[in-house]
Design a protein around this ligand. Structure first.
Ligand code: DGL
Length: 271
C-alpha cells in the first residue's frame, strides 16, 4: 500500500482521487483541503504559492506519504516547482488538458473553462503556446462554477441557468465559432460535467483526471520494487481541512461518501 496525499482547496480534488483510484487500487489515501482559504481561483498567485507550499511541506513532515497529488489546477500552475523543492517524494500536479484538447478539436477552436487564476497564469499560456499552435483558445475564468460544483456535490439543488450564464460567452457565438472541445481546467468541474454537457451537447469535454491516474500508476508501480521501511506515522484515510470551525456538514458528508470517514483539522503552524 502506498500512502498518497491528495490536495485541493475544496471537494474538487475528489474527482482526481476517483480517477486515480480507478487506475491504481494499492493506495491508502489522505486528503487535505484548504477550506480556510477556499476558493483559490480569485487569490493572488504569491499567496497561493506560499500557502500551498507551507501546507504540504508541514503535513509531509508530520505524516509519512509516498506521493503528493496536487489535485488542483489553480495550485499546480503556480506552486508545483515550489512544493517539489521542499518535499523529497514525488509530487504530481494537475494542469489543464490543453494538449489532448488541441489534438481532438476538428474546428480548431477549444474552450478553456478554469478559475480566473488558472486562466491568467503564464504556465497556462505556455501550455497553449507549446501545444495548441494553430488552435484558437477561448477562455472563461470563473469562481462561480466552483461554488456551484461544491453545492451540487453537497446535494444542494443546482441551478442550471446559473451554469448557462457562465457559458454564455461561448453559447452566444454562432454555432461554427463555438469551441467543439472544452477543457475542464478545474478539478471541481468534472463533478458538473453532465450539467455542462446539457448546455453544450455538441462539445467534447476533456479533463486531466485519467491521465493523472495513469501517471500515478506508473510512478507507484516503479516505486513498489524499491520500498523502504517508514518511520513516521501515517495519517490514515482522513480528510484534513484547515478550519474545522467553518466546515459544513455537507462537505463532511461529501468526504464521507468518498470513504473519508474522519474529518480533522490541520493547521500548518500548529505543533
Ligand atoms: N479545484 C481547483 C482547481 O482545480 C480550485 C478551485 C478554487 O478553489 O477556486 O483549480
Amino acid at each position: 500500500m502506498f500512502n498518497v496525499l491528495f490536495f485541493d482547496s475544496g471537494v474538487g480534488g475528489l474527482s482526481v482521487y476517483r480517477d486515480v483510484i480507478a487506475e491504481y487500487k494499492d493506495i491508502e489515501p489522505c486528503f487535505l483541503f484548504d477550506n480556510a482559504y477556499f476558493p483559490y481561483g480569485d487569490k493572488a498567485s504569491d499567496f497561493i504559492r506560499n500557502r500551498v507550499t507551507a501546507l504540504i511541506s508541514r503535513i509531509t513532515e508530520i505524516y509519512h506519504f509516498d506521493m503528493v497529488v496536487i489535485a488542483c489546477n489553480t495550485a499546480s500552475t503556480i506552486a508545483l516547482q515550489s512544493v517539489r523543492s521542499v518535499v523529497n517524494i514525488p509530487v504530481v500536479g494537475v494542469v489543464p488538458a490543453i494538449k489532448p484538447a488541441a489534438r481532438l478539436t476538428k474546428r480548431k477552436i477549444i474552450g478553456l473553462l478554469a478559475t480566473p487564476g488558472t486562466v491568467a497564469r503564464s504556465y497556462t499560456h505556455d501550455l497553449i503556446r507549446s501545444f495548441a499552435g494553430g488552435v484558437q483558445v477561448l477562455s472563461i475564468g470563473t469562481t462561480e462554477l466552483v461554488r456551484i460544483a461544491e453545492d451540487m456535490l453537497a446535494g444542494l439543488s443546482c441551478n442550471v441557468e446559473e451554469i448557462a450564464e457562465v457559458l454564455m460567452p461561448w453559447t452566444s457565438l454562432p454555432a461554427n465559432s463555438q469551441p467543439d472541445v472544452i477543457v475542464l481546467g478545474c478539478t471541481h468541474f468534472p463533478h458538473i460535467k453532465n450539467e455542462i454537457h446539457c448546455i453544450m451537447p455538441e462539445a467534447l469535454l476533456v479533463d486531466s483526471g485519467r491521465a493523472i491516474g495513469r501517471r500515478v500508476r506508473s510512478l507507484l508501480s516503479a516505486m513498489s520494487e524499491k520500498r523502504q521501511s517508514v518511520s513516521r506515522e501515517f495519517a490514515g484515510k482522513i480528510a484534513f481541512c484547515t478550519d474545522i470551525s467553518i466546515l459544513s456538514e455537507q462537505n463532511r458528508q461529501v468526504f464521507n461518501k468518498f470513504g473519508f470517514l474522519k474529518c480533522l483539522e490541520f493547521r500548518p503552524c500548529a505543533g
